[in-house]
Design a protein around this ligand. Structure first.
Ligand code: AMP
Ligand code: MG
Length: 362
């Protein structure tokens, strides 16, 4: 299949190009587009054949439902007839933005989009290209992340091209996404509300808005497995590079714990370099010097900077790109440092735990 690529500046949108992409969505095709979180792989939510195609090309299990992207509150009616007052209050404050809520689905939403559930996951994305595409397609757009199922999510058009060139109808290249990590998914239909997936909106901020604690199950921290009824998608291995990945984490990250963590990683890197050609260490700005000093003369140990512990937005934005880049080095292994499970750190650790093949807690 020929995949059309449109390069669009999010700050100066060329409407004729978006119209072409929207026309493809209207005719039941698949178009990848940038959102503020990651790139999405979009289809007309009311076209069940188009929704099925999303699962086929992603190789996504059919029981892992899609997030439906709407333009504004007016489109809410199309996907759900019942929006409890409490949920409306939250989304009025936080949309458009990276918060996905669970609602009872309307009759018109095909079962393909919801994995057979009677609920839908919905959000309105804070990205000018995504919003314009939904508007011109004249329909809510079902869009999971635009990556082959299980792989790291796409934060740049080149990631989507790697996975889907020749396989989908079109890709809108709108540059790098803003957060680089997926939306926060909360089920407000439970009491207390349940975090289904931590994401770009820190839970603490949402708790402050609703004046209520949100329940954080183990699976939302990337530990254990989800009950099917709670969060269907959460039971699958996710975000993972093909090469082995070691996550080294601690319960806290003060100076003392950080020194234990770096000691452990120095030893691990030396051990692993006996079995692999290349060892990549994904380090934080606070610790990178230690590895660089130790391995200065060792061309087989590569060190990458994932950002500062003091700016988790930076780490979130880099993380999927780091996983994809490391994966390109054959016969290699990746070691990643954990971060504190607070604010955005909860979402980062969820992704890293799910991506890792081995987790070491010091
Ligand atoms: P992705 O778009 O690839 O980030 O995946 C969407 C996520 O939303 C999946 O992990 C799903 O499990 C979750 N999701 C979608 N619809 C529902 C729903 N009705 N109830 C609970 N979780 C959902
Ligand atoms: Mg995904």
């Amino acid at each position: 299949m020929y995949t059309k690529i449109w390069k669009i500046d999010p700050f100066n949108i060329d409407l004729t190009l978006i119209r072409e992409a929207a026309e493809i969505i209207r005719r039941g095709g698949l178009v990848a587009f940038p959102t503020e979180t990651v790139y999405g792989l979009g289809a007309d939510v009311f076209n069940s054949a188009a929704c099925r195609k999303i699962f086929e090309v992603k190789k996504r299990p059919m029981d892992n439902p899609l997030i439906i992207h709407i333009k504004d509150f007016e489109q809410l009616d199309l996907v759900s007839r019942e929006v409890p007052e409490k949920i409306f209050k939250v989304i009025k404050r936080l949309w458009p933005g990276p918060l996905t809520v669970i609602l009872k689905k309307s009759l018109e939403i095909p079962r393909e989009a919801t994995g057979g559930l009677d609920t839908v996951a919905v959000r309105s994305p804070a990205h000018p290209i995504a919003l314009k595409l939904i508007e011109l397609s004249d329909t809510p757009i079902a869009a999971p992340s635009a990556n082959i199922s299980g792989k790291p999510s796409p934060t740049k058009a080149e990631h989507v091209i790697e996975d889907f060139l020749g396989i989908i109808d079109g890709i809108i290249d709108g540059g790098e996404t803003i957060f680089g990590i997926e939306s926060t998914i909360i089920n407000f239909l439970t009491d207390p509300p349940t975090l289904l997936r931590p994401g770009a909106y820190p839970v603490e901020i949402i708790e402050e808005i609703i004046g209520e604690k949100i329940y954080i199950p183990d699976f939302a921290r990337g530990l254990g497995e989800a009950e099917r009824a709670l969060a269907p998608g959460m039971k699958y291995r996710h975000y993972a590079p093909d090469i082995p990945m070691f996550l080294v984490e601690s319960s806290s990250y003060d100076d003392y714990k950080l020194s234990l963590l770096t000691d452990k990683i120095l030893k691990l890197a030396k051990d692993l370099s006996r079995s692999y050609k290349i060892v990549t260490i994904a380090a934080t700005r606070e610790t990178i010097d230690i590895y660089e000093r130790e391995f200065r003369d060792n061309p087989y140990i590569k060190i990458i900077d994932i950002g500062s512990r003091k700016n988790l937005y930076e780490i979130a934005k880099n993380i999927f790109d780091v996983l994809r880049k490391a994966d390109k080095t054959k016969d290699s292994v990746l070691i990643v440092e954990g971060v504190e499970e607070k604010s955005l750190g909860l979402a980062i650790m969820n992704r890293l735990r799910k991506a890792s093949s081995k987790r070491i807690v010091i």
